[in-house]
Design a protein around this ligand. Sequence first.
Ligand code: BDR
Ligand code: CA
Length: 324
Amino acid sequence: PVPVVLDVDTGVDDACALLLAASHPDLDLRAVTCVGGNAPVDDVVRNTLLVLHTAGRTDVPVARGAGRPLLEHPVDARHVHGSDGMGDLGWDPAPTVPDPRHAVELLRDVCRSAASEGRPVTLVPLAPLTNIALLLRTYPDVAGGIERIVFMGGAAHVGNATASAEFNVFHDPEAAAVVLEAAGELGIGVTMYGLDVFYDPVVTREQAAELIARGGRGPAELAGRLIEFQCERFSRRASTIGDAGAVCAVLDPSALTTQVLPLRIELAGHWSRGRTIVDRRDWSGDLAHDPHGEAPVRVEVALGVDAHRYADIWRRTVLAADEA
Ligand code: BDR
Ligand code: CA
């Protein structure tokens, strides 16, 4: 199995991603770190512990990380994710407690031991990139323990938090810029699973009802209730698996259509702050003429996805987890 670490702001669709990463036999979930984003960080920790407890994975350490962006003021998305950040399902909190380490320390320790084992981890940030920026700037030696960063965030085309910017990058644009720059300096490959694919893999209300019918407050029921919540909130017949798609991108990258392209984060704009500027001009490999004078970091950008394949991976995995 591929060793992975998720950094989350749980978050209805982060919960979908956690259920998948916790249960899929081809993934080895080493740790989960929490950051303020969709909800305040203490709610994120509580939600994350509940999901892992439901999935029977209380062995996975969960650590609390940054409660606010590097520079911006936090603006959560409880209008999207419910007042508790995870669909207001009313389930009891898990009896488990977080790891005593700060998220950055847990990430450091996991990456260092992955390096010494010779099995570097794939980092999967599904939230504002604050923890990851702090990690790469504070402990750059962890690069040896990171196989790749596959993050949910950004958009080559249209934003969601604003017309320009996707929520995770908009929430902490400086952190996204730091991660990109540090990854370039440290030689860590980056895949952007952004809004160009994020909404495509969907689960219908009927499929959610099948999951809910499993009952028992297990992984399938939780998965179904999360999708049902999103369908109701947006009055839709089907809902995206959201962040869970980025976990699918680790499991099955062949379902993505990608291009390696120069990427910059807009930090100065008013209406465009937090935009991921994906340079789709035909450079023919020659970046020397960039008037900005500095070569941008090149990132593998997901521009298309076999959405059925990802939705199937997710549904099958949560159903199998329920039977386990
Ligand atoms: C991203 O922001 C959050 O609301 C979701 O969990 C996802 O990570 C989508 O823009
Ligand atoms: Ca998220």
